[in-house]
Design a binder for this molecule. Structure first.
Ligand SMILES: *[C@@H]1O[C@H](CO)[C@@H](O)[C@H](O)[C@H]1NC(C)=O
Length: 437
């Protein structure tokens, strides 16, 4: 169950304005391979009827109310889990074994930008990993107003033959490369069934640490911050948290959000049949997180649709940024947005079309709010219009207004200093980065 903490100033403001923005909070997650292959293909060494067991898993998801649950191998008993689970936000299944990936998410938080990606490489060297299109999912989860965390769920190739090792390392590399493109500047949480161990170097499980700057919560909280060098095998149910399993949880903070893991545990003893038998051949893992927004950078909500390519000015922003000039281009829709900082840094996103307009800001003039309007182009949602307003009351607009608009205002004493979102020829999706004036 997630909790939000509101700053005193925001709480006081809420008495009059009704919209307080939480500045810190906590949430917990669960990663669980639910062993949902058809029982005639694989009984997973689990006793009992798989449909009944799936119903019990859903009941326990409801009872313990983890905020974001990623499941793997959620194939042919998926409907039984969803029948007894009551999380408000859940992915639609991609299908049973042979058709789907077995990856689903059950969440207390809504999200944007959901995608499913199939592995480019699979191996049947041992097991039948190519039988079904496994891979990973991505979602930009809305933890609180202006607090987004990129969540990844994955299920990598199994087995330890040479072909398996090659496929698995390629799978993990594929996720790492995706993070480098789609999560630039963002806080990230990756979890699922990696089928990997630190003691098998060929698995390549360190790629998330070396390439993406992610921390493994098991390594951080249960193994003294050191990657395991000796293989340990967990019992199931595991009564200790110091053994390494192939199901893993990784995360990182961003320049605008500090994410801290405070608790790691195998939850196996909570996930048992009524006779005490296990429900899956995997131990479920829970992690508790606390989060806090930065005092240097924050962000607005998004407007527009989930198309185009991700961009984020946050990593390129200097400390204490101050825009000196805004530049927008538009016509029937919004083609591009840009700005120049006093130190000469220039940001520009979108395409080259449209009519350009710019506004030079005085040294004590700040960009404090922006209205965006969205509409449909070729069946996809894009931004059609932007209207910027400064602390001196000057405005700059581009594009064509629609009836579907939102206004994003910097917190009192803050200003807009950069952009994030998804672009192509035009501004598909847009949000704003805030910094203190
Ligand atoms: C983990 O989070 C859950 C849900 O918020 C909470 O009930 C539990 O006490 C937390 N555990 C620890 C050790 O902080």
């Amino acid at each position: 169950m997630a909790r939000l903490l509101f700053s005193l100033a925001a709480a006081a403001a809420s008495l009059t304005s009704a919209s307080a923005t939480a500045t810190s909070g906590d949430f917990n997650i669960l990663s669980f391979n639910v062993a949902g292959l058809p029982s005639i293909l694989n009984d997973n060494s689990v006793t009992g009827d798989k449909a009944t067991n799936a119903g019990t898993i859903g009941t326990l998801f409801t009872e313990y109310d983890y905020d974001v649950i990623h499941v793997q191998e959620d194939f042919n008993y998926h409907a039984y889990i969803y029948a007894t689970d009551d999380h408000p936000y859940r992915t639609a299944t991609s299908g049973g074994a042979g058709i789907g990936s077995g990856l689903n998410t059950l969440s207390n938080f809504d999200w944007i930008d959901f995608s499913r990606t199939k592995w480019a490489t699979c191996s049947d060297a041992s097991g039948a990993d190519c039988l079904t299109p496994k891979g990973f999912t991505f979602m930009r989860t809305i933890v609180s107003e202006g607090v987004y965390i990129d969540f990844y769920n994955l299920h990598a190739d199994a087995g330890t033959e040479d072909g398996d090792e090659v496929a698995r390392a390629a799978n993990l590399q594929q996720v790492a490369d995706y993070i480098d493109v789609w999560s630039i500047g963002n806080s990230v949480v990756v979890y699922g069934d990696t089928n990997s161990r630190y003691t098998r170097a060929a698995d390549g499980i360190t790629v998330f640490e070396t390439q993406n700057g992610l921390t493994d919560v098991f390594v951080e909280l249960e193994n003294g911050g050191v990657n395991p060098t000796v293989e340990t095998i967990c019992d199931n149910p595991s009564l200790i948290n110091t053994c390494e399993t192939v199901d893993k949880v990784f995360y990182r903070s961003s320049k605008q959000l500090t994410l801290s893991a405070t608790y790691f545990s195998y939850e196996s003893s909570k996930f048992l049949q009524s006779d005490g038998s296990i429900l899956s051949d995997h131990n479920p893992i829970t992690v508790n997180y606390t989060w806090a927004v930065s005092s240097s950078f924050r962000q607005s909500g998004f407007w527009g649709g989930p198309h185009g390519t991700w961009f984020n000015d946050l990593p390129s922003l200097p400390s204490s940024p101050k825009p000196s000039k805004l530049t927008f281009s538009g016509g029937s829709r919004l083609d591009s947005v840009g700005l120049t900082l006093t130190d000469g840094t220039v940001f520009s996103h979108g395409g080259t079309g449209g009519t350009s307009a710019s506004l030079t800001l005085g040294s004590k003039e700040y960009w404090v709010s922006a209205e965006l309007c969205q509409g449909q182009k070729d069946g996809e949602t894009r931004n059609f219009y932007i209207l910027a307003t400064t602390s001196s009351g000057n405005t700059l607009s581009a594009g064509t207004a629609t009836s579907d608009c939102a206004t994003f205002s910097a917190p009192t004493g803050w200003q807009i200093v950069g952009y994030l979102g998804q672009d192509g020829d035009e501004m598909d999706q847009l949000a704003f980065i805030y910094a203190p004036q």
